[in-house]
Design a protein around this ligand. Structure first.
Ligand code: TYD
Length: 396
């Protein structure tokens, strides 16, 4: 039995992905016997339409000094954050204040450095925080929480924009998160965040979005319900193509409500598609099982014909696919990746070796599991000289 992280009411898990290691826990051979595992189970609160994982590792275990995710590892994402920052500027004027939560290596905040505004980023992982600091981007090496804002007098009730990307779904104590926002946001301030979208996950059966860091998979209905009880209104939503389908949520304090017609229309659509109810989860569960069987069939068929298979992009998402489907080095020889913190290590749980992506071009793999499927365009462009590649994914 588990409890909803918001309502604190009992929830019955509807699915288990089995024993899981840390999604970003790429490790050396000498550490195989020390590896941490937990049971990856999912529940759904019908009251607030919230898709969530149950038992999960503590944030400090995941966001530490060896966090191997760097926003700037994708050119497309750098461009995306540039465009996003231009869009955010409409909420700012001279001397405005802006806070980014989970500012990573400063890719987004870099766009505000030259403006006449006061800004600050919160980044708990020391190694990525250090990169932002080297770029002279104001960053605090802390989690965004009520405990860590005591010396931010200048920002309290005076912040015009609080922004986050792929971060709010990582915060287990959402109530404390909303309280922190409430302490910092000005009366007409705007809270903006974009996160992987539950509707896109259902549509693509991209169950690899479910892993320890993604404690919640949000929908428009869930965000609207959660924030409403804290006197915030969801005033707008903008679908994004990033991370295989995300949603940008724009929230204001209640008294600043405009016409909420657009949001209402999206909520009605979610109702029709059963994104707001347990029924949607149960259909998704069936689809995951189907995807798992199909994927194993595909991989075994290739192996039976004496062909080799490699992976491309040692994403955190791939940890769920590999461990849930029980795919190890007997099926996939290695995974090519650009991240120096991952190269030379092994994938969490299934222990597939990670090699430098530059070796991919020199290898002769024709069957390539594209774990970084959300970067398909960027990767296929990079590797366009290679012909006859059979790009494989688990997506339905
Ligand atoms: P991403 O889907 O952004 O992240 P997540 O880990 O959250 O699932 O994938 C990032 C990984 O993909 C990272 O290890 C770097 C790798 N990658 C490449 O190897 N080549 C590329 O061209 C890109 C864009 C990413």
């Amino acid at each position: 039995m588990s409890f909803c992280k918001i309502t604190k009411k009992k929830l019955k898990p509807f699915m288990s992905f089995g024993q899981m290691p840390l999604a970003n826990g790429f490790l050396l051979k000498k550490d195989f016997n020390k590896e941490f595992f937990y049971n990856l189970e999912t529940s759904f609160s019908e009251e607030i339409s919230l898709f969530q994982i149950n038992d999960h590792p503590k944030p400090k275990q995941m966001f530490n000094k060896h966090y191997p995710f760097f926003t700037s590892s994708s050119k497309f994402m750098i461009k995306h954050f540039k465009k996003y920052s231009e869009w955010v500027k409409k909420f700012l004027s001279n001397n405005s204040r802006l806070i980014e939560i989970g500012s990573n290596d400063g890719t987004f905040l870099e766009n505000f450095k030259k403006l006449d505004i006061e800004y600050i980023g919160f980044e708990p992982s020391y190694n990525v925080f250090k990169i932002a600091r080297q770029k002279k981007i104001n960053t605090i090496n802390k989690f965004f929480s009520t405990q860590h804002i005591y010396n931010l007098e200048n920002f309290k009730k005076k912040t015009d924009v609080i922004v986050g990307s792929n971060v709010v779904c990582h915060i287990p104590d959402l109530v404390d998160f909303i309280k922190t926002v409430d302490l910092l946001l000005s009366s007409n301030g705007t809270l903006v965040f974009e996160e992987p979208y539950l509707g896109s996950m259902y549509e693509k059966v991209s169950y690899d979005q479910i892993y320890d860091e993604h404690i919640f998979l949000f929908s428009i209905t869930s965000i609207s319900k959660i924030f409403r009880s804290f006197d915030f209104d969801l005033v707008d939503v903008i679908p994004q193509i990033t991370h295989g389908g995300s949603m940008r949520y724009i929230l204001k304090r209640k008294k600043n409500r405009n016409d909420l017609g657009k949001v209402k229309r999206f909520i009605e659509k979610e109702k029709k598609l059963k994104i707001d109810s347990l029924e949607g989860c149960l259909q998704f569960k069936k689809n995951c099982e189907m995807s798992k069987n199909k994927l194993n069939e595909t991989l075994y068929k290739i192996k039976k014909s004496n062909q080799k298979i490699c992976g491309y992009g040692a994403t955190s998402k791939s940890t769920t696919i590999l461990n849930y489907c029980n795919i190890g080095p007997e099926l996939i020889d290695c995974i090519f990746d650009t991240t120096k913190e991952k190269i030379g290590k092994f994938s969490p749980g299934m222990h597939i070796p990670i090699y430098n992506y530059k070796l991919f071009r020199k290898s002769n793999y024709n069957n390539v599991f594209l774990f970084a499927w959300n970067h398909k365009k960027e990767i296929q462009l990079k590797e366009k000289k290679l012909k006859n590649i059979n790009w494989i994914t688990h997506l339905i």
